[in-house]
Design a protein around this ligand. Structure first.
Ligand SMILES: [Ca+2]
Ligand SMILES: [Ca+2]
Length: 128
């Protein structure tokens, strides 16, 4: 979990380092930015498997332990405060809120669930 209380930040990552609010293999990842003009840059796919090239509030596949637990990951990216931000990933931007990830009915372990992306003008106060 990463919570940033303020400032103009630049977040960069790829599939190996958490990729900006991205969990995998039944993990949980939260990236919460409460203020500022921020940049979210996810690197190119260097793994060679597009289903792992996800992030910004979307989970990667859960194939390591899916047989045993039949559960998915939880990935969340929240940006609040109403300032404009830059997102390198298509489908992410100011004012967008959506559930992210896809279900793979043929191979559920390869589903990229669950995910949540929220960029909101609302100010979120986690503590006084
Ligand atoms: Ca910030
Ligand atoms: Ca924003």
């Amino acid at each position: 979990m990463l919570i940033d209380r303020g400032g103009n930040d630049s977040y960069q990552g790829d599939h190996r380092v958490g990729a900006l609010g991205r969990a995998g293999h039944q993990g949980i990842a939260w990236l919460i930015d409460l203020e500022g003009h921020d940049r979210y840059i996810r690197g190119p796919d260097t793994y060679g498997a597009p289903e792992y090239n996800v992030g910004m509030g979307e989970s990667s596949p859960n194939d390591n332990n899916y047989k045993e637990c039949r559960c998915f990951s939880l990935s969340v990216l929240v940006d609040s405060g109403g300032t404009s931000d830059f997102y390198s990933q298509p489908g992410r931007g100011d004012g967008i809120a959506k559930a992210a990830g896809t279900s793979n009915s043929k191979d559920p372990a390869m589903s990229t669930l669950h995910g949540l992306f929220i960029d909101t003008k609302a100010r979120i106060t986690l503590w006084p």
